[in-house]
Each structure stands twice: as structure tokens, then as C-alpha cells.
Design a protein around this ligand. Structure first.
Ligand SMILES: Nc1ncnc2c1ncn2[C@@H]1O[C@H](COP(=O)(O)OP(=O)(O)OP(=O)(O)O)[C@@H](O)[C@H]1O
Ligand SMILES: [Mg+2]
Length: 354
């Protein structure tokens, strides 16, 4: 059998979404893959040498490490709490005795984050619901669109027959209101063109959005940039990405009102799961504002169409943004508290099946 080079082993380990940890017989950490570093939010340099009880809250992990070594069999534990980065993170783990030529040499831990699995299925469910809501709305918009055209056409013909300026005022109102309804219906129908993708730099998109919003917003609104210039090009439709991120940044500007700060931040992320798709690399764009935050009763619904907290809002901006980003294989998330609202756009840089 051909042997696999050590660097390939390393790369395989670093591509795993689950953490692989090797402890010595002294129960101190000897090795972690990248997923392990991400799980504990520490670099391997900081992690190596830490004792198992510094990583897991539950003493049963250390006890079962001894048990697994004695029996030579692996042991699985469910819903174990991490001690860091915060106790709320729970994992399932398998403890495997590690032998070097028949001699016990340490213990291998294979760690799966439970919260992450829950999050992925929640995400899928939410996306499906938002899609369904959009479909219903599109159906409705279609039904309204056709008669609307007839209505406007008839008012136009009628206007030509009228000679009384006062009566013409009525036909003008019919036409203006039809136009207003028409543009609402067009927005309800949402983006109708598939993305025309080409390589593009995410910062071109962000800079365009920044300029557009800076012009519209009051002078007390400051838009700050925090870009990672090393992010490579992604494959996308520039106009659609501008539209999506513009909808998000406009909301932030509306939320802060006369004065406030908006930050546009770009970062690269490894091993991001979006829906079912594992992405080796993804861009994360955060739009952060220090406005009053999303009202709690709206927080779980803001991506649904026609959900709005603003008197003059149509509630379509975020629904359209989510749909445009989904078409790029990406996802929009948000978190909000008074003084800090973050909308995060994930866009794959290259996906595994490409
Ligand atoms: N950064 C933010 N801070 C506070 N609330 C927000 C923020 N972004 C969105 N929201 C809330 O979410 C709601 C929905 O936003 P969305 O963009 O979908 O619709 P809209 O802004 O109301 O209308 P439209 O964008 O169609 O003109 C907003 O009305 C607002 O209440
Ligand atoms: Mg909006």
C-alpha cells in the first residue's frame, strides 16, 4: 500500500469540522486541529499544555479518559459543557485510547459541537419558512400586477376623452396611485433575474454601498471601514450584491437617525457551513450600528417579507437581501441589542463541489 505523506494527514485533520484533541497520559493537551482552536477560541500555542479540566467543566471527561485507557475501549459522552470560551457551549465527545505499538500513549478526543448542529438545522428551517413567505407574496403580487396594468391603461384613455381640468385631476390620481402600487408590486415580486456572476472584489461592493448611503444619510452618521485587504475575489453579481448590502446598510442608517456610527467590516472565515454546503473559505461582511436595536418582538421576523417596524417601511428590504444572498450560496444573519446591531452576510469564496 502506498503511504500517505504526513502533510496530507495534517491537511485532512485541519479540514474536519469537528475538533480532534490528543491528550498525554498526564491529561495535558498535546495536539489540536484547527476545529479545536475554533471551538475553544484559542490558538494551538495557547491550548497546548492545558489540562483537560481547564477545557471541560465536567469531571467525567477526565474520569472516562482513565476508564478508556484501562479498558482499551472508547467511551462516548453527550452534552458535555466546555469551560471556555463560555460554559454555554455543549459538545458530544468520543474518548478513544491512543496506543503507540501496544503501549498506552495518551487519549484521543473527538469533539462535536451540539449547538452548531442545532444551529444548522434551525437555519435551514428558517430559510425554508422565509422562502415560503416570499413565494406567497410573489403569487399575490402576480395577481395584482395584471389588472393593475389594465386599470392604468383605462385611466389614460379616459383622460384623453376628458376636457374638464377638474375631472382630469381624478384620472391623474388613478394613474399616480397605480404607479405607486406598481412599484410596490415589483418589489414584492423581488429580484427576477438569476445572478450574472463574475469575479469581483467584495470591497468594491462595500465601497459603492458606503458612498451611496453616505450621500443620503444626515452628516452626523459616520460610516467606518474595517476591511481585510487580503480577501481574494469572489464569484458574484456585483449589482445584486450591492443591492443586498445596500438594503442592510440603509436600515442601519435609518436606525441611527441623525447621528451614529455604522461599521462595515470584512473578514475571511474557514470551514463555514451554509445550509447543507460546507465551504472551505467564506467572506463574512458585518454591518454594525450603534442605533437603538431591533425591537425584540421583531427580531425573529425581520427577514420575512412585509415585516416592518417603520411607519413608512414596506418590510421588503431584508427579505430581498436574504433572497439575493441565498442565490449566491450565502446567508444573512443578525443579532441585536440596544446600542449594537450586527447584520452578518456570509458569502462562499469557493465551495467544495466547485
Ligand atoms: N439596523 C437596524 N436597527 C434596528 N432595526 C432594524 C435594523 N435593520 C432592520 N431593522 C428593523 O427591521 C425591519 C425590517 O427591515 P426591512 O429592511 O426588511 O424593511 P423596512 O426597512 O421596514 O422597509 P423597506 O426596506 O422595504 O423600505 C425594519 O422596519 C426595522 O424595524
Ligand atoms: Mg429597509
Amino acid at each position: 500500500m502506498q503511504s500517505i505523506p504526513a502533510t496530507l494527514h495534517q491537511r485532512i485533520l485541519d479540514h474536519l469540522a469537528d475538533a480532534v484533541l490528543l491528550f498525554g497520559l498526564d491529561h495535558k493537551l498535546r495536539y489540536t486541529n484547527i476545529a479545536g482552536e475554533m471551538l475553544f477560541a484559542l490558538s494551538s500555542r495557547q491550548l497546548l499544555g492545558l489540562h483537560v479540566h481547564e477545557l471541560f467543566s465536567d469531571g467525567a471527561v477526565e474520569r472516562d479518559m482513565g476508564g478508556a485507557l484501562q479498558s482499551g475501549a472508547s467511551i462516548t459522552q453527550h452534552n458535555v459543557e466546555l469551560r471556555r470560551p463560555k460554559p454555554a457551549v455543549t459538545v458530544n465527545l468520543t474518548i478513544v485510547p491512543f496506543f503507540d505499538h501496544d503501549r498506552a500513549d495518551g487519549v484521543l478526543l473527538y469533539v462535536q459541537q451540539v449547538d452548531r448542529q442545532l444551529r444548522i438545522s434551525m437555519e435551514e428551517q428558517l430559510l425554508a419558512q422565509q422562502n415560503a413567505a416570499r413565494m406567497v407574496l410573489r403569487g399575490l403580487a402576480h395577481e395584482v400586477k395584471n389588472p393593475l396594468g389594465g386599470l392604468r391603461g383605462a385611466a389614460q384613455l379616459l383622460e384623453r376623452e376628458l376636457h374638464d381640468a377638474e375631472l382630469k385631476e381624478y384620472t391623474r390620481i388613478i394613474m399616480e396611485e397605480s404607479d405607486r402600487l406598481q412599484s410596490l408590486v415589483d418589489r414584492m415580486l423581488g429580484p427576477n433575474k438569476p445572478p450574472r456572476k463574475s469575479p469581483l472584489n467584495i470591497h468594491k461592493v462595500l465601497e459603492r454601498v458606503r458612498q451611496l448611503v453616505q450621500v443620503e444619510a444626515p452628516s452626523g452618521v459616520v460610516i467606518q471601514r474595517d476591511y481585510d485587504p487580503s480577501i481574494p475575489d469572489l464569484y458574484g453579481d456585483a449589482d445584486q450584491l450591492i443591492q443586498a448590502i445596500l438594503n442592510i446598510v440603509r436600515n442601519a442608517a435609518q436606525a441611527v437617525g441623525e447621528r451614529g456610527h455604522i461599521t462595515l467590516r470584512s473578514r475571511i472565515h474557514r470551514q463555514v457551513t451554509i445550509g447543507h454546503q460546507r465551504n472551505r473559505l467564506a467572506v463574512k461582511v458585518d454591518v454594525i450600528d450603534d442605533g437603538p436595536g431591533i425591537p425584540p418582538e421583531l427580531l425573529n421576523q425581520v427577514f420575512y417579507p412585509m415585516v416592518t417596524g417603520r411607519a413608512e417601511g414596506t418590510g421588503l428590504g431584508l427579505s430581498i437581501a436574504q433572497s439575493l444572498i441565498n442565490r449566491h450560496g450565502g446567508l444573512v444573519e443578525c443579532s441585536s441589542e440596544p446600542g449594537r446591531t450586527v447584520f452578518s452576510v456570509f458569502l462562499p469564496l469557493e465551495s467544495e463541489h466547485e
